[in-house]
Every structure is written in structure tokens, then in C-alpha cells.
Design a protein around this ligand. Structure first.
Ligand code: SAM
Length: 262
């Protein structure tokens, strides 16, 4: 058996070349590159722009934002249209390397799988950025963020919590990361899987005393001592695996306002 091209990818799938290419397409692909099928779910396109817009709608212009689990940085770049300073953090060094490459003005060529081992090369051009000096990417762990990072006017974490081994360790940091009156934008498709999160750490999708526990109810119980729930909506998204296979999912998007004096 030959060695994998990137040994870290065996431990963390988000280090793999396959996920890197999928996320470059998911974050930066043009609509027709992601979904050439007329009959496909067009309202699922542009997910990172939509979650970033929710963060912008929840916050006045200017200020500081944090994008946790930023992947290759699509939402981070979008947030920088609105916030003066944006930090994108992800555990995957290959995702952060790609985001930094775009930040320094270099495009990226990447393969899009058509079928089997047949690929088409696509290109991401560096995004137009209002204030490149205000954007920072760093590799880091959402469950163990540096104490010197905050506070922020907005924390955006899209499709992150059900990919963490201990999601509570991220949510426990939220009150100290966010200024009073600031916002927390969380999106999650509630895809609780033991390969990412041990069952006893799930924040929903299990039964207690014979009753199903929904992720939204757990989030309310966890966050309401320090945050008010402001908005809740369902945001579809589409990840293309190959020309004829997609993951269509629906993320539960909630925005929370940090209470004053807590
Ligand atoms: C499902 S992807 C979502 C990425 C992006 N926010 C989006 O909406 O497309 C989950 C991301 O969380 C990152 N991640 C997983 N565990 C993490 C951790 N402990 N700390 C920071 N990021 C993590 C992964 O590398 C991946 O980029």
C-alpha cells in the first residue's frame, strides 16, 4: 500500500486534498461550476455568503469579527466587507495555507472531480478585498482559543459545532469572546456523528428519559444565561462530490445577542 500524499489527512480529513478541493469549490466556485444541472437546488448555492450576511445584519459596520472553523476563508473574506478587522481560525493547516495564499493575492488552481479519477482544473482568483491588512488567518483549535484573541463584536461559526470533539468547550468560551451587545452567529446541520464527536458530547440528536433532545433546545439551555436568541432560520447548502453526486443539507442558523452585564 502506498503512503498517503499528506499523512496528516489520515488523522484529520480536513487536511486531505479531496476536502481542500471540495471546500475551495464550495466557498469560491461560481454557481455554474458547482451546479451545472438546471434541475438542481439553486437556493442551496452561496451558503458562505448567506451566513456572512447574517453576521453583518446582526452587527453595526466596523468593529472586529472572528470566523471560527473558517475552512478556506470564504466567509472570512465576505465578513471583511463589513468589519474593520476579521480573524479566521481553522484547525486544518492546509485550509489556512490556502486562505493565506488568496489573502496575499495569489490564485489557486484545484481539481474538480468529474467521475472516478477524471478531474477538471478550476481556478480561484484572489478575492477583491477592501482592507487586506484587517484580515488574519491562523491555525487554531476552536475548543482551546487563545485568551488574547477577543473580545469581538461578532463571532461567526458555520457548520462547526457538530465537527468538534467537545462542542461545549467552544460554546463555554463564547461569553468571554464576545462584547456585551455583540453577536454570535451559529449555523449547524446537526449532523452528529461519532467519528467527529463522542456520543456523550453530542448537543442533540439523542433521547433523554425517552424524549428526543433537539439541538436548538440544547443550544437555548446552554446559551440563554448569557445570550438572547434573536433570529432562527434554515439555510440549505450544497457540497459537490462529483459531477453526479452532491451533499444537500440544511443548516440551522441562529443569531444570539450577548446580554449586557453577564
Ligand atoms: C464542515 S466544515 C465548515 C467550514 C466553514 N465554516 C463552512 O461553513 O464551509 C468544518 C470546519 O471546521 C474545522 N474544524 C474542525 N475541528 C476544528 C477545531 N477543533 N478548531 C477549529 N476548526 C476546526 C474544519 O477544519 C473545517 O474547516
Amino acid at each position: 500500500m502506498s503512503a498517503p500524499a499528506n499523512p496528516a489527512a489520515t488523522a484529520n480529513p480536513y487536511e486531505s486534498d479531496r476536502f481542500l478541493a471540495e471546500y475551495l469549490l464550495f466557498h469560491f466556485g461560481k454557481d455554474h461550476e458547482v451546479l451545472p444541472w438546471e434541475s438542481g437546488p439553486r437556493d442551496a448555492l452561496g451558503f458562505v455568503r448567506r451566513t456572512a450576511r447574517a453576521a453583518q445584519a446582526a452587527s453595526p459596520k466596523g468593529g472586529r469579527a472572528l470566523d471560527v472553523g473558517c475552512a478556506v476563508g470564504g466567509a472570512t473574506f465576505a465578513l471583511a466587507d463589513h468589519f474593520d478587522e476579521v480573524t479566521g481560525i481553522d484547525f486544518s493547516s492546509s485550509f489556512i495555507q490556502a486562505a493565506n495564499q488568496l489573502l496575499t493575492g495569489k490564485g489557486i488552481d484545484y481539481p474538480r472531480i468529474e467521475e472516478g479519477s477524471v478531474t477538471t482544473t478550476l481556478r480561484v482568483d484572489p478575492p477583491a478585498i477592501r482592507n487586506p491588512k484587517g484580515i488574519h488567518f491562523q491555525q487554531g483549535d476552536a475548543t482551546n482559543l487563545s485568551r488574547n484573541l477577543g473580545p469581538f463584536d461578532c463571532v461567526h461559526a458555520a457548520n462547526l459545532i457538530c465537527r468538534l470533539p467537545e462542542p461545549m468547550r467552544f460554546l463555554d468560551q463564547a461569553p468571554s469572546l464576545i462584547k456585551p451587545g455583540g453577536s454570535l452567529v451559529l449555523a449547524t446541520p446537526c449532523t452528529w456523528l461519532e467519528e467527529y464527536t463522542p456520543r456523550n458530547k453530542w448537543l442533540g440528536g439523542y433521547s433523554e428519559n425517552g424524549k428526543p433532545v433537539a439541538t436548538l433546545d440544547r443550544l437555548k439551555a446552554i446559551l440563554e444565561p448569557n445570550f438572547d436568541l434573536e433570529t432562527r432560520c434554515d439555510e440549505p447548502f450544497l457540497i459537490r462530490e462529483h459531477a453526479r453526486k452532491y451533499q444537500w443539507s440544511v443548516s440551522l442558523l441562529t443569531t444570539w445577542r450577548r446580554k449586557a452585564g453577564h
